[in-house]
Ligand binder design. Sequence first.
Ligand code: ADP
Ligand code: MG
Length: 385
Amino acid sequence: MTTVTIEDAFTELYGAGPEGVWAAPGRVNLIGEYTDFNDGFVMPLALPHTAVAAVSRRTDGVLRVHSADVSQGVVQLRLDALEPLSDTGWAAYPAGVVWALREAGHPVTGADIHLSSTVPTGGGLSSSAALEVVTATALNDLYELGLSASQLAVLAQRAENDFVGVPCGIMDQMASACCTEGNALYLDTRDLSQRQVPFDLAAQGLQLLVVDTRVKHALGDGAYAERRAGCEAGARALGVRALRDVPYAELPSALERLADEGENVRRYVRHVVSDDHRVEQVIALLDAGDVRAVGPVLVEGHVSLRDDLRVSCPELDLVVSSATAAGALGARMTGGGFGGSAIVLVEEATAAVVSKAVTEAFAAAGHTAPRIFPAVPSQGARRVA
Ligand code: ADP
Ligand code: MG
């Protein structure tokens, strides 16, 4: 069998080889969910799964993009005609990055891009951010723009927010751009200050499993906007710039002060302030080398997302209940919820038993079989050829 390399596929499409090849990963978030639009804290790690892009510059103001994973063929766009929200399908992600770079004054004059991704699409593992960040990283190198990984992440987020039209926070793009092998990324989403926190699961005899439920419930988009609006209303009522400014110790009194705001706002505030606190707890545990003790904190985070923020779903709840019943140290949904993926912290020796228990619970409930694989903390965006 002959393998077609990404360079070969590029040459086949565009008639000459690429100037280079770049990769950017998907991610899971260990803890700190729905905190990134509240200026709060998150703790993602990059997956081994990546979007890989072969790229060459062009000088004629044309962008051509092709994905091995969709059957659409080459999409050709003129840079001076790029319009936000113009519904160009999947091509909006790379095109949005070119648009955001040019809006920021960077002299990008065109590109040919061919990409292929192993990040599951729509599974809450940030296949979209991987696509944006690989494009941004490639153009930064080729056009010698000198932008940092964080700056590229911010431009990629702008592409998704303003060009594609998805109101996501900054976590996914920062994770894809800035994570490093063997570490989780402790990120302050207000000022993007960060610390790489060693997360050496193998040395501790542990595994972090990703369980992709392979379901995506439709109410996700509207619910995200509603939670976001509720959090903003809570911050306004409390007189703070964002919920990150409410210290955990003051949560009870803050909730009292929100008596007139309605039950939802109080629940959302309780989730965000307590999840920011859980990030601090997990950091302290990892710094102390007590990785096993992270398990119960993950479960607390899940309960908060399920009961206070109400962004879980039966499939995600079943991962958590069946995994913990089978001996997992902890589990929680990760990402936006309403389907997508959960993470499960297990002893390496029980990983197979726990995986089997989750798979059997899904079968018994009549759900589609989940996809389960270990999350090995991996390298963020980089040039690979
Ligand atoms: P997630 O980021 O959680 O995977 P999103 O809905 O944010 O889910 O992004 C998924 C979208 O990203 C897809 O619908 C598609 O438009 C685009 N996408 C992701 N991976 C690819 C790919 N390999 N080729 C083309 N488009 C992709
Ligand atoms: Mg996404």
